[in-house]
Design a protein around this ligand. Structure first.
Ligand code: PLP
Length: 389
């Protein structure tokens, strides 16, 4: 049996008539950039995310970049975030000239630890006038970027309390978490100042290429984002600020407009698959050595962009599963604080023990909506067989 980590073809074939028609509609219109498809998508995704405004963008990475720009974060500024995420979370902070400050994650959810954020702010920083200054660097701490990793919302109640206490902005990196909810039923992106979404093809809502969006409830920020998206020109060819080309194209928006109404059923299928794994690993017993992701708090909505288990001998298991026809991936093998490009930040491997442990132990299993039970059972049986050898 073959169980790929992700196969996008069944989703395409299920929606082929609608998707092909949408692509042809754009071809016939010859309207390619920031047109009616983008407008419709912006309104639909904003509503879906519990926000008033959506700004369609070229990628999730550009969403993070432009969010930082809209908050005027740049040289001399610092942004607190997690070392256990996709590179873009911290890469964009450095790209605007600011300094990423990492704090460790919580072992159960893999999300940023509010206690660690608070410990950094309370013990390593001090108020100087209006600014909150990192004593070690002299930099001014401006914002927090929590990442809703694998599709589960970070502890936003605590993050927002801390942000208010220290007067910091909050950018939600919801690239993996469109439509997920915290235990209070609040949607990812609707809690902080700006939410950033990615429509990269492997995300729960995937385009036919790169695409992203910022969503917000703040009209002033929405306007700034719109201006920055087109090189900072408003009116056209008159620039008070320097932006970039962060535009979303009509073909991507047309594809996403077809897919969005199906997103809830796909997320439900991912949840069903996750529940199957949870049950099957529990039945297989501790002999497998597998630790499944702990169940989210009851009222929370986890959309399982990834289903990551923790296992001993992870790399050997991964190789064995490969031989058995089961695709897996390691998200992420090297924490951001250990990336060569961030050596100048001066972190040591052991600075964030939970991130280090997660990087060594986690393995993402196939979880995409169209998987069938025999495939899921085969994954579990293959893992059990590895540990019985
Ligand atoms: C995918 C991802 C991004 C970047 O999105 P792109 O659309 O690929 O640029 C940022 N942050 C996280 C956590 C992601 O998973």
């Amino acid at each position: 049996m073959k169980v790929p980590l992700l196969d996008l073809k069944p989703q395409y074939h299920a929606l082929k008539a609608d998707l092909d028609a949408a692509l042809l509609r754009v071809a016939e219109s010859q309207y390619f950039i920031l047109g009616p498809e983008v407008k419709a998508l912006e309104a639909a995704v904003a509503t879906y995310s519990g926000c008033k405004f959506g700004i369609g963008l070229s990628s999730g990475t550009d969403a993070l970049l432009i969010a930082l720009m809209a908050l005027d974060i740049g040289a001399g500024d610092e942004v607190v975030t997690t070392p256990y995420s996709f590179f873009a979370t911290a890469g964009t902070v450095a790209r605007v000239g600011a300094r990423p400050v990492f704090v460790d994650i919580l072992p159960d959810t893999f999300n940023i630890s509010p206690a660690a954020i608070e410990a950094f702010l309370a013990t390593k920083c001090e108020k100087r006038g209006d600014a909150l200054v990192n004593r070690a660097t002299g930099g001014r701490v401006r914002a927090i970027i929590p990442v809703h990793l694998y599709g589960q919302v970070a502890d936003m109640t605590r993050v927002m309390e801390i942000a208010r206490k220290f007067d910091l902005a909050v950018i939600e990196d919801a690239a993996q978490a469109i439509g997920s909810e915290d235990p209070q039923g609040r949607r990812a992106c609707s809690i902080g100042d700006i939410g950033c979404l990615s429509f990269f093809p492997t995300k729960n809502l995937g385009a036919f290429g790169d695409a992203g969006m910022c969503v917000t409830n703040d009209a002033r920020l929405a306007e700034k984002l719109e201006i920055l998206r087109v090189h900072g020109g408003k009116p056209k060819y008159y620039h008070k600020v320097i932006g970039g080309n962060f535009r979303l194209d009509e073909i991507q928006a047309a594809v996403l407009n077809v897919k969005l109404p199906h997103l809830d059923s796909w997320s439900a299928a991912r949840q069903r698959n996750a529940a199957f794994y949870d049950g099957a690993f529990a039945r297989a017993g501790s002999a497998t050595g597998v630790r499944t992701p702990p169940l989210a708090p009851r009222a929370a909505r986890h959309i399982y962009n990834q289903y990551c288990i923790r296992v001993p001998r992870r790399d050997a298991l991964r190789e064995y599963l490969q031989q058995q026809g089961v695709g897996t991936e390691v998200y992420y093998p090297l924490s951001l604080h250990m990336q060569e490009c961030f050596a100048y930040l001066g972190y040591q491997p052991g600075d964030f023990p939970e991130s280090l442990r997660a990087a060594n132990e986690t393995l993402a299993l196939p979880i995409f909506p169209e998987l069938v039970e025999p495939q899921l059972q085969y994954v579990v049986d293959s893992i059990a067989a590895f540990f019985k050898r």
